[in-house]
Design a protein around this ligand. Structure first.
Ligand code: FBP
Length: 262
């Protein structure tokens, strides 16, 4: 199938996903720094920025808001998700079918796989349905590959992240989204293990501009294809400014310093 089934959510082969499933995954607490971001419209407006190649949301938000943005924004429909209220071993139930994702206008689907969880087997079976359904309906497949649970000691160790990108390739993701493993060398290894599938870095909790852009620069230098970011954009006072800077680093090869000087 590759290359490259993810072109519908890429620009010149590079990807910047604006992730906005936090209301489910973390609860409304993530909107506190910028209360207006509790309104999905604020995020879809940011999604019209040239830097953003797709906005990732859950079904309910897509149903209610995407019709107004279908001409300007690519939809990445997140197919599973768990609330922060769940206290069991990591798991993420499916809440949408590939057919319905297509009906909603999705260019790609997203799926969280917790490798190493006691629920990994069931999750991999569910991923098969999502992945094959996406192929049938001509949508890209993005795996949130987050090893965690009883089988995982350190979820950002170099070996863990390399295994996470490899899981994406082996199971048929076009793009695998992973946490930054802490160094450019470790990221380069993870990218190598993904072979022809693409790798995007997860933004993580909000840091200052320089630290964040330096991490993005390192990931891009390591061969990553972009990033999927939520809090490091929408929790900022001026999200458009950081999107301008990200556009420079991800699509134009600028350094973090150059992007900071914009
Ligand atoms: P951030 O850039 O805010 O980290 O968002 C990326 C993301 O994968 C979201 O899609 C998701 O809601 C969240 O991180 C999950 O983070 P975690 O499970 O590590 O708390």
């Amino acid at each position: 199938m590759l290359p490259h089934a993810a072109d519908s959510i890429a620009r010149d082969g590079k990807i910047l996903i604006l992730a906005y499933d936090h209301g489910l995954e973390h609860g409304p607490v993530d909107f506190e720094p910028n209360p207006e971001t509790a309104d999905p419209e604020a995020i879809f407006e940011l999604g019209t920025h040239d830097a953003v190649t797709a906005v990732a949301v859950q079904k309910g938000i897509a149903e209610a808001y995407y019709p107004d943005y279908a001409d300007d924004v690519n939809l990445l429909l997140k197919m599973n998700g768990t609330s922060n209220l769940w206290m069991g071993e990591p798991d993420s139930p499916i809440n949408c079918t590939p057919e319905y994702a297509k009906d909603l206008g999705a260019s790609a689907v997203g799926f969280t796989l917790y490798g190493g969880s006691n629920h990994e087997v069931e999750m991999a079976e569910e991923f098969r349905e999502v992945q094959e359904g996406a192929r049938e309906h001509d949508m890209g497949v993005v795996m949130w590959s987050y090893p965690r649970g009883q089988g995982v000691k350190n979820d950002t160790a170099a070996d863990t992240i390399a295994y996470a990108t490899r899981l994406g390739l082996e199971l048929g993701a076009d793009v695998t989204k992973v946490k930054y493993p802490g160094s450019m060398k470790a990221m380069a290894h993870a990218v190598e293990m993904a072979a022809r599938s693409k790798v995007v870095m997860s933004g993580g909790s909000k840091t200052d501009d320089a630290a964040f852009l330096e991490m993005v620069e390192a990931a891009m230098d390591a061969g990553a294809d972009g990033l999927a970011v939520g809090r490091n954009v929408f929790q900022r006072e001026n999200p458009t400014e950081i999107l301008d800077a990200l556009e420079a680093v991800v699509f134009e090869g600028a350094t973090a310093d150059e992007a900071l000087a914009l």
